[in-house]
Every structure is written in C-alpha cells, then in structure tokens.
Design a protein around this ligand. Structure first.
Ligand code: F6P
Length: 376
C-alpha cells in the first residue's frame, strides 16, 4: 500500500471496449464518491478516442444521479486505433494536463485495462509528463478478465441468456425440436457454461474443450439421441454454443441434421434442428441488482485506492484462487474485494486465453465431468 499523500482536484472516469450492463452503476458510484470528497468527477466521452479528441467534461450530479438502472454506458464507448500509438497516448496525456486531471478510473475489459497500463507507464511518460494515476474496474460480459471472480455485466448477460432459453424451451418442447443457441463471450466459454446449467440445457459447446468439428457434431448427435430416448420428459434438446467455439452454427446445423436423418427409424420421427444466435441481445438490458451492487462496490474500492495514492491496479471481486502478496492484497474498503496489479491481471488474462490458467483448466474439467449429467 502506497503511503503517498495525494490530493487530486479532478479525476476522470472513462468506459471503454464492449459495453456491459452495470457500467453506468460504476460511473455513478465513482462520481458520487469523488464528489463526497470534494473532488470533481470528469467524464470522458467514447473511451480512449474521446481522451484523444478532448471530449472531457465535468460530471454533474444531474448527469449520473439516475443512471443506475440503465444498460450500456452514458459515457459512450469506442475502439481507438490511434490510442495504440505513443503519439496518440501523448495527445491523451496533453488533454489530461490541460484539464488538470491526474487520476483516472477506467472501466472496461482487457483492451481497456491494457490501455490504462500504457497511459500510466512512467517510462513512456518520461520527463515530459507526470504519469497519470489509474485504477481499473473490470467490466465485460465475457468474464475473461484475469484475477477477478466476476466482471461487471456477467450476471445480467447470464440472466438475459437464461430468459431467452426459457422462451426457446417452450416452443422447442411443443415440437420436440432441437435448438442450438449461440451466445456471446468472445473466446471464453464462461457464459455458455453457466447459462447451460441455469437453463437446464442438455449440452454445451465451449472453446476451452478444444474439440474439432467432427467431435462437436458427434457430441450434439449423442446428446440429442440421449434426450430422445428419455420417455419421462419432453423431448426437446437445448444446446448452448459459445460463439468462440470454432464451428459455424449453420454448418453445424446442416451436419447434425444430416447425421440425425440417417438414424430415423420406423418408430422414430425425424428430428428437426433450429438455430438461434442471441448476438448483441446478450449485451443489452437493465443491469441486474447484483451487477448494480458489484459495480458500486468495485467503484468504491477503486476510488478509495486512487485517493490513497495507488496506481496501475484493478479492483477485483472475490478471487477464485489465493494469490501471492506481490500480485494483490485484500481491499481495506470491502472484505469481498481485492486490489490487484494491472500487469498481473493482463498476464493472467493471457493465460486464460491460451488455456494455461489453472482457473480455465478447472472450469473445463468441471464441464467435461458434468456434460453427461446435463441430459437427465
Ligand atoms: O467483449 C464483449 C463482446 O460482446 C464479445 O462477447 C463479442 O465477441 C464482442 O464483444 C462483439 O464486439 P462488437 O460489439 O464490436 O461486435
């Protein structure tokens, strides 16, 4: 914990990357906490792009008082190729200097947190700039950010998927149909795995299993046949497919239909498969109560850390595994939260992507174990 005394006058808040329900709750909580300490909260429009284009403005209570229930982000978000260059980041630092802003709360996913680390890099700032202090808040429906149990938006996205699956289940049951439902999550199978359990799906396809197309087709066919053999229940089959699974959903339907058609017997009707891609529907919606709370608590931890002079850290929610002290420490502001090093977050995120993270290996193992139990 830093012992520096730091009295910022203004702190900017920025949302970046894919929007996630609950981002507004984090903006609201951070702004209110800053105001309560007589520090001016400033907003940045459209993430890092707005930092470069000088779209910074003082946030008034009227701007954020009522936003806790809104999805998306009132600050806007954007992808900024210019920010990937040192020249772009120097313009961003010039704008921060111009507005006398020397602290930032950055709310977003992996790319946004990587940007925070670059912006505050003392080597890159050199003697021309005072490195701005930055604290990250994890927000991404994908739940693919290292060193946090959950990111803002995951709970709402999961609820949206489960609600959609419940509806699809009604119509699937009426016709004894099979549905393959594709859900967002980029390279992560987390949303697919968890919503498969919560919606009583019969199968789940997730990228962490690294199955090739033939294996995926065989697994679906096996699942559908297992469902059809059950006499005591509706013969609908729901298969949740993570978008990161390397098989195109339409190609999958064609191959599954062809294989199932081969198996139609005298006493067995044809099995019809339908596909639904939930797409960006999963990212919208009013945030769940849990996401509002998570966002507010993480914002509290982030603001307290920033005001204590911390920088290049992320506020994290209940870590799934214990971590060494140089990676992070339990927050003094909230016993369920941690303050973890941003560079360690990115390193763990990389391990989650390449499959070497123990957490991802554990998730895959659990799902390989329960796959056959899903069809009950
Ligand atoms: O990272 C959030 C996310 O919604 C992913 O699940 C998805 O793959 C991606 O963003 C979609 O990005 P875009 O909105 O740019 O199409």
């Amino acid at each position: 914990m830093s012992t520096l005394t730091w009295n910022p006058k203004r702190v900017a808040i920025l949302t970046s990357g894919g929007d996630a329900p609950g981002m507004n709750a984090a903006v609201r909580a951070a702004s209110a906490l800053l105001l309560s300490k007589d520090i001016e909260p400033w907003g940045v429009r459209y993430g890092y792009r707005g930092l470069i284009k000088d779209e910074l403005f003082p946030l008034q209570a009227v701007d954020f008082a009522d936003i806790i229930r809104d999805g998306g982000t009132i600050l806007g978000s954007a992808r900024s190729p210019e920010f990937m260059t040192k020249e772009g980041r120097d313009i961003a630092r010039d704008n921060l200097k111009k507005h006398q802003i020397d602290g930032l709360i950055i709310i977003g996913g992996n790319g946004s947190l990587a940007g925070a680390l670059k912006l505050s890099d003392p080597d890159e700032c050199g003697s021309s700039y005072t490195a701005p202090r930055v604290i990250g808040i994890p927000a991404s429906i994908d739940n693919d950010i290292g060193l946090t149990g959950l990111a803002i938006g995951v709970d709402t996205a999961m609820n949206t998927i489960v609600e959609a699956c419940d509806k699809i289940s009604d119509t699937a049951s009426a016709f004894d149909r099979t549905f393959i439902i594709e859900v967002m999550g980029r390279d992560s199978g987390y949303l697919a795995m968890t919503s498969a359990v919560a919606s009583a799906a019969d199968g789940v396809l997730f990228p962490e299993a690294s199955r090739d197309e033939d294996e995926v087709v065989d697994r679906i066919v096996h699942t559908v046949e297992a469902v059809m053999e059950k006499k005591q229940r509706s013969r609908r089959a729901l298969i949740i497919k993570a978008e990161g699974t390397s098989v195109n959903i339409d190609a999958l339907k064609t191959r599954v239909d062809a294989k199932l058609a081969d198996r139609v017997g005298q006493d067995r009707p044809a099995i019809e498969t339908r596909v639904t891609v939930l797409g960006h529907v999963v990212r919208g919606s009013r945030p769940s109560a849990f996401d509002r709370l998570l966002a507010s608590r993480l914002a509290n931890v982030a603001v307290s850390a920033l005001l204590q002079g911390e920088t290049r850290m992320m506020a994290a929610w209940m870590l799934p595994f214990s971590i060494p002290e140089h990676v992070g420490t339990q927050s003094h502001a909230d016993p369920y939260c941690w303050l973890v090093q941003l560079d360690e977050v990115l390193a763990e995120t990389q391990r989650m992507h390449d499959g070497t993270s123990p957490l991802v290996q554990w998730r895959s193992k659990v799902f390989e174990h329960i796959e056959d139990v899903l069809v009950i």
